[in-house]
Design a protein around this ligand. Structure first.
Ligand code: NAD
Ligand code: LMR
Length: 338
């Protein structure tokens, strides 16, 4: 008893000093594509996350170097690097969260759908391995086109008999990050306090920011809302063009991916009221997958939240995006079942 109270005294002392995270559960996070433009900074950001105890970095090449480098950072998690398909199983075993930024990025003039031919196959094979080695992990899909790669993952898991719709997420956090940044600039409010839901999917007009629900409220003119909406929808292209052939968003995506993975870990750990937008299996519209606010919990998706009240402009945007989003979803499903 006295030992017990000494231990709890010690842990509350540690908690006061900011070490409380050491008492959170063991959590293994895997990054597939860890040596890439997103993978490297994302691996670093996950190394900084005190909720992670084991960080597993996998790629077809280059991961020993990335893992050695990141492992020297003096934070809680143990880091291991895995290279090549032969090591994929070991990389995945015991995973709580698998983040997938594997695959080719866009060059100027390309749409995300132009990446389908290469990335669909990559995602299919990685998800086959997930269903074998860590079937209960939460999967955070970053690889584009997200509107198709998430349905591909779902079909692969269904075939393997491991599909749980609560555990599969298309990462649309970068759209939210952009919408917040752009809104804060126009509304002239501190960005740290801004919230903007983004619904739909993750490509062009399928990205639908709901500035009518943005907080703090600002009375922006309609033409400003239209410009903000378009900038959010074209945010990826803005970066692709600025990088002029050297790829797409990597640093802001790593930040967004780390935010979303952190939310998943908090949910798993039982933190209440963790809500993020994500592209998930959904019945908030007639489409089988849709991005909206999602409450995260101990099993992944705890609740897919509704869209809330939309302005007439947003209602029109919602109707306009449905055919393209449905076609991308169906393309993914068809590919996975070939
Ligand atoms: P990148 O080319 O810099 O890195 C991709 C990495 O994936 C490379 O290291 C490559 O070796 C690896 N890879 C390829 N095949 C693999 C396989 N079978 N298994 C494991 N790893 C494999 O590209 P990037 O800039 O990091 O972008 C990666 C993907 O993320 C692209 O598809 C891009 O379009 C997408 N992306 C999505 C979002 C989003 O918001 N969801 C944002 C930015 C980029
Ligand atoms: C993004 O939104 O930045 C990504 O989807 C990458 C891209 O191709 O635009």
């Amino acid at each position: 008893r006295s030992l017990h109270s000494a231990v709890s005294r010690r842990s509350s002392h540690l908690a006061r000093r900011g070490y409380s995270s050491e008492s959170t559960p063991e959590r293994k996070v895997v990054v597939l594509g860890a040596a890439g433009g997103i993978g490297q900074p994302l691996s670093l950001l996950m190394k900084l996350n005190p909720l992670v105890t084991s960080l597993s970095l996998y790629d077809i090449a280059g991961t020993p170097g990335v893992a050695a480098d990141v492992s020297h950072v003096n934070t809680r998690s143990e880091v291991a690097g895995y290279q090549g398909e032969g090591e994929l199983g070991k990389a995945l075993e015991g995973a709580d969260v698998v983040i997938i930024p594997a695959g080719v990025p866009r060059k100027p003039g390309m749409t995300r759908d132009d990446l389908f031919n290469i990335n669909a196959g990559i995602v299919k094979s990685l998800c086959t391995a997930i269903s074998k080695y860590c079937p209960t992990a939460l999967v955070n899909m970053i690889s584009n086109p997200v509107n198709s790669t998430v349905p591909i993952a779902a079909e692969v898991f269904k075939k393997a008999g491991t599909y749980d719709e609560k555990r599969l997420f298309g990462v649309t956090t970068l759209d939210v990050v952009r919408a917040k940044t752009f809104y804060a600039g126009k509304a002239n409010v501190p960005v740290a306090g801004v919230n903007v839901p983004v619904i739909g999917g993750h490509a062009g007009i399928t990205i639908l920011p709901l500035f009518s629900q943005a907080t703090p409220k600002a009375n922006l003119d309609h033409d400003v809302i239209v410009a903000l909406t378009k900038r959010t929808q074209d945010g990826g292209t803005e970066v692709v063009e600025a990088k002029a052939g050297k790829g797409s968003a990597t640093l802001s995506m790593a930040y967004a991916g780390a935010l979303f993975a952190d939310a998943c870990l908090k949910g798993l750990n039982g933190v209440p009221d963790v809500v993020e937008c994500s592209f998930v299996q959904s019945n908030v519209t007639e489409l089988p997958f849709f991005a909206s606010k999602v409450r995260l919990g101990k099993n992944g998706v705890e609740e897919v939240l509704g869209l809330g009240a939309l302005s007439d402009y947003e209602k029109q945007g919602l109707e306009n995006l449905k055919p393209e989003l449905l076609a991308s979803i169906e393309k993914g499903i068809k590919f996975a079942n070939q």
